[in-house]
Write a protein that binds this ligand. Structure first.
Ligand code: SAH
Length: 196
């Protein structure tokens, strides 16, 4: 599990915005992720009306699924295009407003109020701005974070969850010398050291 070749790699926010502009979004799953269906019970643990966080959310359709089940969904995404596509592709009316605590950030909220997507970097968020969450769906998030930022990302995520929360994490296993990522290879041992 030598991740040496990916350690120094950096994908800038600008590059992510370009991927969205070019429609270079092979990571987007139109049908949603089968692993969320499979582990939904683990995420919910018999609870209803949860606050669920989608870090680096893109336009993940699972946000709509969980909102339709009665949960309240919060996401963060640097691409405004992704956020607008999410609402328009699900025909959801929304409003947008500035986020006073974060300069330049906007919050897009479904008119029904149960989906709030922050357009800014995840590193701009804190629990004083978004509160704490009962559940996290981390797919295409930890594995999309630049390897040099993983510790910062994990510490932030830990600060955003309630004591009795569930965190579903999807990683991908492959030979990091054969692909440059993202998604980056995050070995199990690193998941252990980041999240304990
Ligand atoms: N989780 C989504 C998207 C995965 S791709 C899914 O499952 O489909 C990673 C996403 O993170 C991209 O849409 C990219 O624009 C966004 N992103 C990258 N760096 C970010 C950052 N620092 N803060 C917020 N979003 C970011």
């Amino acid at each position: 599990s030598d991740i040496g070749s990916q350690k120094e790699r950096v994908v800038t926010e600008e590059e992510w915005l370009q991927k969205w502009e070019m429609g270079n979004i092979g990571f987007h799953k139109e049908q949603g992720h089968p692993l969320l269906q499979k582990y939904l019970d683990v995420l919910l643990n018999g609870r209803s009306g949860l606050r669920i966080f989608f870090p680096l959310c893109g336009k993940a359709v699972e946000m709509k699924w969980l909102a339709d089940m009665g949960h309240s969904v919060v996401g963060v995404e640097v691409s405004e295009q992704a956020i607008k596509e999410f609402f328009s592709e699900h025909s959801l009316p929304y409003c947008e407003e500035p986020v006073p605590e974060i300069s330049g950030a906007k919050m897009f909220q479904s008119t029904s109020g149960n989906i709030s997507l922050y357009c800014c970097s995840i590193y701009d968020l804190s629990s004083s701005i978004v509160g704490k969450f009962d559940g996290v769906w981390d797919r295409g998030a930890l594995v999309a974070v630049n390897p040099c930022d993983r510790q910062r990302y994990a510490s932030l995520m830990i600060s955003l969850v309630e004591k009795n929360s569930s965190y579903l994490l999807v990683t991908v296993s492959y030979d990091p010398n054969k692909h440059k990522g993202p998604p980056f290879y995050v070995p199990e041992s690193e998941v252990q050291s980041l999240f304990g």
